[in-house]
Design a protein around this ligand. Structure first.
Ligand SMILES: O=c1[nH]c(=O)c2[nH]c(=O)[nH]c2[nH]1
Length: 285
């Protein structure tokens, strides 16, 4: 009995590329998850460890970012074809390239550079009965992004600080918000829609010096506009978007191509409340 190598493929899975295109103050974003798998004459690497035919998966990832800068991102079918043809045409050992792309849809909020991601959002409610009734409404996984209008600088530094200050970055978060009602008879659906809308408008309209500052503005907006609500608690993961260094490929990157990291993430949490909010110790538990 002989043992032989069967079908195989390799590549970089789930490269998260975000491409921002500017038309004056109006931005468009394309947000992709790209997985490349190459196959062909790859026997030697498996059988002897000879890597001569292996285009590194790291290179495949770089190609996704560089192509996003060089060619832009139109229909994902075109972007997939571009990548697949590149790998098969440029690498003699690669007979076949599989490129799978998932695109996350975004809709515009207010202004030219604020977006809310399609789908995934969940409305929540937490009610306590008994002697002291309480109602907490909320939402989770409301994913929003500003493609400009966000800075972060002037922060404390110590011997472990490497973060560069920035005056223009992407600010994105998946909002979890819970807000406590003063009473138990609000028009719940209208109140919910208005609170959600206030959160979105505050996120979009705040020129942000930190996600903490944006958090406070979001809570404040709800409390200012909705007298039936007395306390807002927000949990905002900072969904980091890192500008990709394309210089090794002779390309500039003027805030156009970003790597959307999923972890670790900053987690910014806080409560904003009115000073006359009735005490309700158990309401959020
Ligand atoms: O808005 C931010 N707040 C922080 O506390 C922080 N920390 C960090 O590294 N980046 C950011 N961004």
């Amino acid at each position: 009995m002989a043992i032989v190598l069967g079908p195989n493929r390799y590549g970089k899975a789930e490269t998260r590329v975000v491409r921002v295109t500017r038309d004056g103050g109006t931005h468009r974003i394309r947000d992709l998850n790209v997985s490349v798998a190459l196959s062909g004459a790859m026997d030697e690497v498996h059988l002897t460890g000879d890597n001569a035919a292996v285009l590194p998966t790291d290179t495949q990832k770089n190609t996704v970012f560089a192509f996003a800068r060089e060619h832009g991102i139109g229909a994902i079918e075109d972007f997939g074809l571009l990548l697949a043809r590149h790998f098969t045409a440029s690498q003699p050992a690669v007979a076949h390239a599989r490129v799978e792309i998932r695109e996350y849809g975004w809709r515009r909020i207010a202004g030219g550079h604020s977006f809310v991601r399609d789908g995934g959002e969940v409305r929540t409610a937490l009610v306590h009965g008994g002697e002291a009734e309480s109602v907490v409404s909320g939402l989770t996984d409301l994913v929003v992004l500003n493609s400009t209008g966000s800075e972060f600088h002037g922060f404390a530094r110590d011997g472990y600080t490497t973060l560069e200050p920035t005056d223009d970055r992407i600010l994105a978060t998946a909002v979890t918000a819970r807000w406590r009602h003063r009473g138990t008879t609000a028009g719940w659906d209208d109140s919910y829609a208005a609170a959600r809308d206030g959160l979105l408008r505050a996120f979009a309209g705040t020129h942000s010096l930190s996600l903490q500052q944006t958090l406070y503005q979001m809570g404040r907006r709800v409390l200012t506009e909705r007298p039936e609500i007395c306390e807002v608690r927000l949990s905002l993961p900072n969904k980091h978007h890192f500008l990709v260094d394309l210089e090794p490929f002779g390309l500039d990157n003027d805030n156009e191509v970003y790597f959307a990291a999923d972890r670790p993430y900053g987690l910014i949490e806080g409560t904003v409340l009115t000073d006359d909010a009735p005490a309700a110790p158990a309401a959020f538990d």
